[in-house]
Design a protein around this ligand. Sequence first.
Ligand code: GDP
Length: 312
Amino acid sequence: MTVQGLAASRIWVAGHRGMVGGAVARRLEAEGCKVIRAGRDVVDLVNQRAVNVWLAETRPDAIVLAAAKVGGIQANDTRPVDFLYENLMIEANIIHAAHECDVERLLFLGSSCIYPKMAPQPIPEDSLLTGPLESTNEWYAIAKIAGIKLVQAHRKQYGRKWISAMPTNLYGPGDNYDLQSSHVLPALLRKFHEAKVRGDKEVVVWGSGKPLREFLHCDDLADALVFLLQNYDDYEHINVGSGVEVSIRELAETIAEVVGYDAELVFDDSKPDGTPRKLMDSSRLHALGWNNIRSLKDGIRSTYEEVLKNGF
Ligand code: GDP
């Protein structure tokens, strides 16, 4: 699809209420696209018939498949059925219906947790399926790997110009701030903010603080995805990361600085560390010419400003 083609397109952003889908929808509208949104009341994505009927009526030019059951380390570890079943159904239903309706472009979103626990770092795309997964999120990972394969199968069997992108850990406006089910960055932002409000001396950080993670602002991801829709048409999925990694301890210290509250960090080793390191190799994306990444501190600052305005 050309730049001009994208601007004139009707694009369904599946999952527009989520952080990623919301960012993609905003970014596509800025590009001049007509964005189609459909909430759960309009189409239930785990219901195959509902998806088939709705898509046949709607007939978008392109789909960004950002709908997914997502959550942090504890949610994944304790609700395996939800993460495996719902994600398999959502992606299978949408991808199948997209084929039936002859949708020209489709961009499927996965996650960095698809890669083996002990993948080489930074993680190249071709390390997929070369080793065992991290056990805390294997349910979600298996579903997302199936999605990548379903996209590739449609390329192979039907010549579809569909692609998959694997974002690193994301944060930004519209994130989940529930302390039981959220990811680490929103959780620590909320914990530091609440500690400041209450005047607590300590903030609890799960695990050892030693795992390394890479973070990308969801608006930077949305920018990269629009770039990929315009410039990428390959069988292989493509990594989307910032290339900057920090330890969980360093992340907590950066958040403390942004919030402006210097509490003592207490590490709770009854909680899992998860995978020790998760840095994506995004050199293929950067070689294509995309490199539009804000600093982690700037991203956390604007995210904090947003929650101060709109609440957690
Ligand atoms: P992961 O990247 O799939 O492991 O998911 P998370 O973002 O949930 O966790 C990343 C790391 O941050 C893990 O080592 C967690 O133990 C650690 N962590 C520290 N404090 C927290 C917290 O309050 N919430 C969450 N979700 N993770 C935390």
